[in-house]
Design a binder for this molecule. Structure first.
Ligand code: HEC
Ligand code: HEC
Ligand code: HEC
Ligand code: HEC
Ligand code: HEC
Ligand code: HEC
Ligand code: HEC
Ligand code: HEC
Length: 453
């Protein structure tokens, strides 16, 4: 054991801090040593009725037949029971469960091991189970019984953690090649990484779809979850550990620990393609997925960040046009004459006309009613804006300097093909915010300006 710990310490030092990516200092897999350390056995009283079931180390799955998490994890428990012949498995249903419910559960999930009801209410109390599913490993001793492992709650992916704890010297041989584990399993060792990931947009990617009632559309879900169609996320499983862009979406199933390494940086553009992410590049993206972000934050800061993510108000640093000069609509006429003519009659072109002389001198108003001279952080004074042309081409398409010099689709933000929800909506709502356009509806508003009218 001590050799394992020494080895981990060396690795921890080798990985600590990653200044080149702009990440905070941290310790890779900080929780590993704690996870691999043996637990002190805790003596426990086992009710007489249960004792015949515990004649060797026994995995006790305390559950309620109706609890969704129990239903979600029972499959994993069953495959675990098949992999560990030296351990007995026992299902222990909450004292309120009826024999009929228990039987139904057995049939529905094909449970191969014995299951009993915890009656009279006893064992759950002994092991301090507060919720279902809870798992304990109980071993008979000469004097009685003892608990040697405890999971409250038991979680999706916990079975690999359970196996690792049985055989810490061979921790990484417990990852089956190509098996999807889920973030909780990774987070059992990668404590700091998981905490920081939880504060990233990737953690709420499925929640974003759910808020918009789009989770039933497979063409949306694929990029907003982990491993869909490959053994990870399954359509409709809202509470799944794979709902969201998790560790394995970038690091591959089981990360590097099943012997297969994926260069995570090569995964970004499978989702952040030109239609779904403005001007994306790995270099731009990496600093914003700091795996040790949370290390520099107080509890209050973390809570605030989480709330902002959940409510969709967290900043989206990627959502910025490339750097460049805005050259104004006159520079587009030569090649896009019809478009410029149509746009000239639009509300956007006339946006400055609705401001009176005072308002037209206030950056608080001009910032959404005109186009800045350069892309990037919004100018702080009216002088930074082209006040003659209102909301012009480059407010929506990004800086045209390079495109005018050498027209191509790759140096201007085309919006026709792009996924309107992932990118276009955000561009429009940067001005059509809840204050100025409380009834914003992308489809309706987009139709209203189609053809730049
Ligand atoms: C038992 C603890 C443990 C678990 C569980 C675990 N890791 Fe690790 N991980 C480590 C340790 C220790 C290292 C550093 C040693 C190494 O490279 O193997 C590491 C290294 C890594 C690395 C960096 C390797 C490299 O060479 O760049 C990645 C990526 C990674 N883990 C991802 C994951 C993912 C994804 C999961 C979940 C599927 C996971 N880990 C689960 C302990 C764990
Ligand atoms: C090819 C992968 C992909 C597909 C398919 C996809 N998305 Fe996205 N989505 C992304 C990426 C990447 C981002 C982040 C873009 C960025 O910030 O640069 C994103 C962002 C979003 C956002 C903005 C989140 C926020 O923070 O405001 C919404 C909303 C969204 N997508 C909805 C959808 C809907 C609805 C669909 C189906 C019509 C869909 N997505 C299909 C990859 C995808
Ligand atoms: C959006 C993609 C993405 C997600 C999600 C993600 N990672 Fe990473 N991870 C990366 C990239 C990229 C690197 C850096 C690889 C490089 O520089 O070569 C990295 C590096 C690592 C490393 C190496 C340590 C280091 O400091 O370089 C570990 C360990 C790791 N990730 C674990 C995790 C775990 C655990 C999770 C989930 C809690 C996770 N990652 C989620 C993309 C991701
Ligand atoms: C499985 C698809 C997928 C992969 C792979 C992926 N992302 Fe994302 N990413 C998304 C989605 C979807 C969102 C939007 C989440 C939301 O806010 O709802 C997103 C959001 C982001 C954001 C925040 C959005 C913003 O506008 O600032 C950053 C930064 C980001 N990704 C960087 C990366 C980097 C860097 C990589 C590769 C190391 C990567 N992503 C890999 C799907 C993915
Ligand atoms: C010298 C001629 C020329 C000028 C000037 C010009 N464009 Fe273009 N633009 C083109 C051509 C050609 C294409 C089509 C490129 C292709 O199909 O490969 C194009 C395509 C576009 C597209 C669609 C891109 C896509 O991905 O579908 C947009 C948007 C665009 N231009 C905006 C502008 C704006 C805004 C200006 C003024 C700042 C401008 N263009 C100035 C020639 C020009
Ligand atoms: C965050 C962006 C934003 C800011 C800042 C902003 N506006 Fe607007 N404004 C809009 C949008 C978007 C509309 C169009 C709303 C619609 O069509 O529903 C609009 C419309 C208007 C209209 C036309 C209303 C109508 O009924 O057509 C006036 C007048 C106006 N704004 C004045 C102002 C003044 C004065 C200020 C400064 C105090 C200001 N705006 C600041 C985004 C903004
Ligand atoms: C309010 C945002 C907005 C403004 C301002 C805007 N566009 Fe567009 N543009 C779009 C959208 C959205 C599309 C996608 C097609 C559609 O919905 O009409 C588009 C498509 C295009 C296209 C490709 C398809 C087509 O219709 O030819 C070109 C070229 C283009 N715009 C040029 C321009 C030019 C030049 C200007 C300035 C005179 C301009 N746009 C101003 C939003 C805008
Ligand atoms: C730079 C800020 C900005 C952006 C970006 C923007 N708008 Fe606007 N939009 C405005 C303002 C300001 C007005 C009000 C114009 C006025 O004074 O009547 C407006 C008005 C409108 C109107 C009413 C037009 C009319 O003729 O009455 C529609 C529809 C609209 N916008 C749709 C969109 C859509 C769709 C997008 C994204 C493709 C978008 N806008 C992007 C600022 C913006």
């Amino acid at each position: 054991m001590s050799r394992v710990l020494a080895w981990l310490l060396i690795i921890g030092l080798a990985f600590a801090g990653s200044p080149d990516r702009g990440w905070k200092d941290g310790t890779v897999a900080k929780g590993t040593a704690g996870l691999l350390a043996p637990v002190d056995p805790v003596p426990v009283e086992v009710p007489e009725a249960l004792q015949p079931h515990i004649t060797k180390p026994t995995f006790v799955f305390y559950f309620s037949p109706g609890c969704p998490h129990c239903q979600a994890t029972i499959g994993e428990v069953i495959s675990l029971s098949e992999k560990l012949p030296d351990i007995a498995f026992l299902g222990l249903a909450t004292s309120r469960s009826t024999p009929e419910e228990l039987e139904q559960f057995r049939v529905d999930y094909g449970v191969p091991f014995p299951m009993v009801v915890d009656r009279p209410r006893g064992f759950a109390y002994q092991i301090g189970a507060r919720s279902t599913p809870t798992v304990v490993l109980v071993e008979p001793t000469k004097k009685g019984f003892q608990v040697t492992d405890h999971y409250g709650p038991w979680f999706e992916g916990a079975s690999v953690v359970f196996r690792i704890r049985r055989d810490p010297a061979n921790a990484f041989s417990q990852f089956d090649a190509g098996a999807w584990q889920g973030d909780y399993a990774c987070g059992a060792c990668h404590v700091e990484e998981a905490q920081s990931w939880n504060l990233s947009h990737h953690a709420v990617a499925y929640r974003t779809l759910w808020t918009q009632e789009r989770t039933s559309e497979p063409e949306c879900v694929g990029c907003h979850v982990t491993g869909m169609g490959e053994g990870g996320f399954e359509m409709g499983h809202d509470g799944s550990v794979f709902a969201g862009v998790g560790c394995e979406a970038c690091h591959g199933p089981s990360g590097p620990h099943d012997g297969e390494r994926v260069d995570a940086a090569t995964m970004c553009e499978t989702c952040h393609d030109a239609d779904h992410s403005i001007d994306f590049s790995v270099e731009k993206g990496l600093p914003h997925i700091d795996h040790f972000l949370a290390n520099g934050m107080t509890q209050t800061e973390q809570e605030a960040r989480w709330m902002a993510l959940a409510q969709g108000t967290a900043p989206r640093p990627l959502l910025a046009f490339p750097e460049g000069d805005n050259v104004g609509p006159d520079a587009c006429v030569g090649c896009h004459e019809e478009t410029v003519t149509a746009w000239k009659g639009s509300g956007h072109a006339g946006a400055m006309k609705h401001l009176d002389a005072t308002q037209a001198g206030q950056v608080e108003c001009v910032s959404c009613h005109a186009t800045p001279d350069v892309s990037g952080a919004p100018p702080k004074t009216v002088e930074g804006f082209d006040v003659d042309h209102g909301v012009a081409c480059e407010s929506c398409h990004g800086p045209g300097e390079a495109h005018v010099a050498a027209p191509s689709k790759t140096n201007i933000q085309g919006l026709g093909e792009s996924c309107p929800e992932c990118v276009l909506d955000a561009i429009c709502t940067s001005c059509h915010d809840t204050e100025w356009d409380p009834a914003w509806n992308l489809e309706v508003r987009r139709e209203a300006i189609r053809g730049h009218k």
